[in-house]
Design a protein around this ligand. Structure first.
Ligand code: RIB
Length: 297
């Protein structure tokens, strides 16, 4: 069984469905409201567990009602939670999400996620040392992202860095990642480059191996000096929230099959995830994904 450690955020997603996004200053009537479990870290942990991996989550929730629900939700999905801390006098992370026409807008308030420290990651060292891969994103403090990259590198455990939400990072940090998985906008921000520069040129210039996600168009990765395009799979889009998280989880779980196969499976998993509502709502299980991929030929 593939063992994955995820270091990252755990949020309660407050999702509003509307026909369109409101303009600044405008009040709109929405169609539906739902409260679902999310956070890039927790989403990646749940997606990896559903795909058959043994997953340990390193993160934090607050001592509010959301915190207990989020903790229990992870445990219910089979994710090990001994490194999920409950922070006293602190709210859990929240994400206010508006979904309209298959697109989303998200505002994240980090809450307890801002209290995930390098020490917290070091305390999970014995679990990390036995992992096949680690996943880390950027909804936790950057010093903790750096500590994760350094620890993975020191222990010889490949780290996949999903640089979302995007910020520019030091080149030395990027060199510690086995793969960095931005979208086009995140790659430009990460490298401090012009957003309009061709993403292929940016990929070739990056100081680390990049697997670039392009939404419905699939993903790109480098094979030696060549860039390879894995086309996306066609599905009816309901909600794209969590598609990137599903992609990253599948990439980590199936990396042992080699990068081309892992990227193809990751694109398929991400496609399936957008066909249902909620970040974790559409994340496929291993047997569902295998059967669907077999049907695609
Ligand atoms: O990647 C999707 C996630 O981003 C949502 O679940 C939300 O919590 C935000 O963190």
């Amino acid at each position: 069984m593939t063992r994955i450690v995820v270091v990252g955020s755990i949020n309660m997603d407050l999702v509003t469905l509307a026909l369109r996004f409101p303009a600044p200053g405008e009040t709109l009537l929405g169609d539906r409201f739902l409260t679902v479990h999310g956070g890039k870290g927790a989403n990646q942990a749940v997606a990896a567990a559903r795909l058959g991996a043994r997953v340990c989550m390193v993160g934090a929730v607050g001592d509010d009602t959301f915190g207990q629900q989020l903790h229990d939700g992870l445990a219910h999905e089979g994710v090990a939670t001994e490194h999920v801390r409950r922070i006293a006098d602190c709210g859990s992370g929240t994400a206010s999400i508006t979904v309209a026409g298959g697109e989303n807008q998200i505002v994240v308030v980090p809450g307890a996620n801002a209290r995930v420290t390098p020490t917290h990651v070091e305390q999970a060292q014995s679990t990390i040392a036995q992992a096949d891969a680690m996943l880390v994103q950027m909804e936790i403090p950057l010093e903790t992202v750096e500590a994760t990259l350094r620890l993975g590198h020191r222990l010889g455990v490949p780290v996949i860095l999903n640089p979302a939400p995007a910020r520019q990072l030091p080149v030395e940090w990027l060199k510690l990642a086995r793969y960095v998985t931005p979208n086009q906008h995140e790659l430009a921000t990460l490298l401090g480059a012009d957003e309009h520069e061709d993403f292929r040129a940016l990929m070739l210039r990056a100081p680390c191996p990049v697997v670039l996600t392009r939404g419905a168009e699939g993903a790109w990765y480098a094979d030696g000096a060549e860039l390879v395009h894995q086309p996306g799979f066609k599905v009816d889009v309901i909600d794209t929230t969590g598609a990137g998280d599903t992609f990253n989880a599948a990439l980590a779980v199936f990396l042992r099959k080699g990068l081309p196969a892992a990227v193809r499976i990751a694109c398929a998993a991400a496609a399936l995830s957008v066909s249902r509502l909620g970040a974790q709502g559409g994340m496929p299980r291993h047997n569902e994904l295998e059967a669907w991929l077999a049907d695609q030929g």
